[in-house]
Design a protein around this ligand. Structure first.
Ligand SMILES: Nc1ncnc2c1ncn2[C@@H]1O[C@H](COP(=O)(O)OP(=O)(O)OP(=O)(O)O)[C@@H](O)[C@H]1O
Ligand SMILES: [Mg+2]
Length: 288
């Protein structure tokens, strides 16, 4: 299985604050990986660097074999604008706050970048947007404005908007944590469906542990800019071995580790052992 993302000895500081030091991390194509860990440990920083929203200082990062830094590259990103653009096209990101364009309809929010950046015709972009709206269950909201939608609906539009660019990798940074509890489920359902039906590489930060357990191939426990423990969710979330993981899960689950139980595995052993990778239909957002 090929690695689509690779961090090698990456260091990242904000001023004098060292957030990542000699950070190594790989994600395989099609893999669904969840980062968990305490506040301030650097989870969002990893995603923001991948999205080229933050530069990093040392080490190397590649996506699909393309290095983020260019040899002799200048500026904070050590790459020219064209190269950054080439990298950015491959990555989509969902934020806690969905940041839709308030003055544009739902359809326009989704088609804007495909038309202006990917140079799709308006008709092609509309068709792609309508398919995606149907996938997120909002085909009837194409002409609505964001303010007319619930938070859960807005986040589903944001997912469709990210997918419209056909990224190879989709990053989620606590995509449900700004939502009212009763709206969380509808967003998780869309992400669940994406994970189950599409060969899209997904890297997530979430505090929804049950959800993480259900959809991840691998969970990584992050602490002070390092992965201290990683493994299958059925193991790491149920029988963590590192003391930081034990205390973190104890605090997050509020019921002690073991709260996620073993039932899932017993009910469906195949699911616990599922290999990462292709899950069938990639038509909607296969690159190219
Ligand atoms: N733009 C910035 N300028 C200065 N420091 C920053 C900046 N962004 C993040 N940091 C610091 O870097 C560290 C890692 O932050 P990061 O946002 O990656 O943590 P996190 O694991 O995502 O936390 P949380 O769970 O609270 O979202 C923190 O100490 C944070 O204060
Ligand atoms: Mg964060």
């Amino acid at each position: 299985m090929t690695d689509i993302i690779e961090f090698k000895n990456v260091s990242k500081s904000f001023g004098t604050l060292r957030v990542l030091e000699d950070f190594d991390f790989k994600v395989r194509k099609g893999e669904k990986v969840t980062l968990i860990g305490p506040s301030g440990s650097g989870k969002s920083t990893v995603l923001r660097i991948l999205m080229t929203l933050e530069p990093f200082q040392d080490g190397s990062i590649t996506i699909d074999g393309t290095s983020y830094h260019q040899p002799g590259g200048k500026g904070p990103f050590k790459a020219n604008a064209r190269h950054l653009f080439d990298i950015r096209k491959r990555v989509g990101m969902l934020f806690q706050h969905f940041n839709l364009f308030p003055h544009m309809t739902v359809l326009r929010n989704i088609t804007e970048a495909p038309v202006s950046v990917l140079k799709l015709s308006r008709a092609e972009a509309d068709e792609r947007a309508r398919e995606l709206l149907s996938m997120v269950g909002l085909e009837d909201k194409a002409s609505s404005f964001p303010a007319q939608l619930s938070g859960g609906q807005q986040q589903r539009v944001a997912i469709a908007r990210a997918l419209a660019m056909r990224p190879s990798v989709l990053l989620f940074d606590e995509p449900t944590s700004a939502l009212d509890p009763e709206l969380v489920g509808e967003v998780l359902n869309v992400i669940r469906k994406l994970a189950a039906e599409h060969d899209l590489t997904m890297l997530m930060v979430t505090h929804e542990m049950r959800f993480a357990r259900e959809i991840s191939d691998r969970v990584c426990m992050f602490d002070r800019g390092k992965i201290v423990e990683e493994g299958r969710p059925s193991e790491l979330l149920v029988r963590p071995s590192h003391p930081r993981t034990v205390s973190f899960l104890g605090a997050v689950l509020g019921e002690g580790v073991g709260g996620l139980g073993d039932d899932g595995d017993q009910a469906d052993p195949a699911r616990a052992e599922k290999p990462p990778g292709p899950r069938g239909d990639t038509k909607l957002f296969a690159a190219g």
